[in-house]
Design a protein around this ligand. Structure first.
Ligand code: BGC
Ligand code: ZN
Length: 373
């Protein structure tokens, strides 16, 4: 079958390849789930993998099949699979357990292992293929009502983890009642974070560089959020006007912004850092001022990567809530479809050049089962 792959370490090596057919028998204990891939979303990680900043091939291969944001339909299940059945819509998680104690209790997203295996990213083939197979443990059911937007579940899971980490940490405060949040970055993650925080009832200010109006600013406002361009209102000033911020969600990956966010964070606040970059820029920051504010304000900053199954499940609930409260909003994030696996060049071009793109995704197959009920 066809798949899209790169030669890790070789810049701009994206190509179409042939991969052996997966089968449920590959998975032990009758727990295999064979899935027909319908859509795969792509993000900065895929671009960086094609730039050879990132990524490794599975053992025995010189190529890595990319794509970690999956959405598909179950074709076949092994005899010991209970949770999903043929015809169900599903999304697969990304990271697979390693050897640390966290991995052993289902928290592979918290692994302390040096190397970890992530489908489509590191040491495991991803989902930009016609079909894939995996253990039912890593397959999450998506209700048919979310089938049009299900490809957004993986990025949503990243946001869910970050926010749940924040709430978990803030149990230290006994009476934490977050009222105001800032989200920095208005790409897919920033927009989904704005959504998740609005669903939790917070007053949300979302900041990005571009001046409004843009689709991104409209999407923030459609949620009842406030969009600000950092060119007009820098983050620290936004905190004076619209804060104090109980939560700041950083989704740009610019280290300068992360330190500004530390300063903009309110007393007893929590800063969630989810953005990363493969650069190694050195920056100057007002260190003493940030330190003073952090200590005297009892502030917390937490880094958050990846997401385990439970965050995909929270993501499904929030996406369903979003469809009820803000109908059609999630679908508006799906700005740039690419036709078929053969469209991989267009996919990379959109990721690199199309500044107006929110989510670029590949329509791997038409949803033939749709309408059968
Ligand atoms: C993925 C995460 C992954 C991270 C680091 C992100 O793009 O969404 O699942 O853990 O990259 O590889
Ligand atoms: Zn990603």
């Amino acid at each position: 079958m066809k798949a899209v792959a790169v030669f890790p370490g070789k810049p701009d090596s994206i190509h179409l390849t042939e991969l052996e057919e997966p089968s449920v028998e590959e998975i032990p204990d009758g727990r295999g789930v064979l899935v027909e891939v319908l859509r795969v979303g792509v993000d900065g990680t895929d671009k960086e993998i094609n730039d050879a900043d990132y990524g490794a091939a599975p053992e025995g291969y010189d190529f890595l099949v990319t794509g970690h944001e999956s959405f598909g339909r179950v074709l076949e299940v092994g005899p010991n699979v209970r949770d999903v059945e043929p015809g169900d819509y599903v999304v697969a998680t990304v990271r697979r357990p390693g050897g640390s104690i966290y991995d052993r209790v289902g928290l592979s997203d918290m692994t302390t292992d040096e190397t970890y295996r992530e489908r489509g990213i590191n040491l495991l083939h991803g989902y930009l293929a016609e079909r894939y197979v995996d253990d039912a443990e890593f397959i999450v059911g998506v209700p048919a009502a979310l089938s049009e937007v299900g490809v957004l579940l993986e990025p949503t899971s990243i946001v869910e983890k970050g926010i749940e980490q924040a709430y978990e940490i803030q149990r230290r405060l006994k009476v934490w009642r977050p009222a105001r949040a800032a989200v920095v970055g208005a790409g897919t993650l920033g927009l989904l974070a704005t959504l998740a925080l609005r669903l939790r009832g917070l007053d949300v200010t979302t900041l990005a560089r571009t001046e409004p109006p843009t689709l991104n600013s409209e999407l923030v406002e459609a949620l009842g959020g406030r969009y600000l361009s950092t060119r007009e209102v820098p983050l620290v000033e936004a905190a004076e006007r619209h804060g104090p911020f109980d939560i700041v969600f950083e989704a740009t990956g610019a280290s300068v912004v992360a330190f500004e966010a530390m300063e903009a964070l309110g007393k007893n606040g929590v800063l969630v850092l989810t953005g990363i970059s493969s650069g190694d820029r050195e920056i100057e920051v007002p260190g003493d001022r940030i330190l003073l504010g952090f200590v005297l304000g009892n502030k917390v900053a937490v880094g958050s990567v990846n997401a385990n199954r439970s965050y995909f499940e929270s993501g499904v609930r929030d996406m369903a809530l979003a469809e009820a409260r803000y109908p059609g909003w999630l679908g508006r994030l799906l700005t740039h479809p690419v036709r078929g696996l053969e469209g991989y060049e267009e996919m990379i071009r959109l990721l690199t050049e199309e500044k107006s793109a929110i989510k670029v995704f590949v329509e791997v197959a038409k949803d033939a089962g749709n309408g059968e009920g």
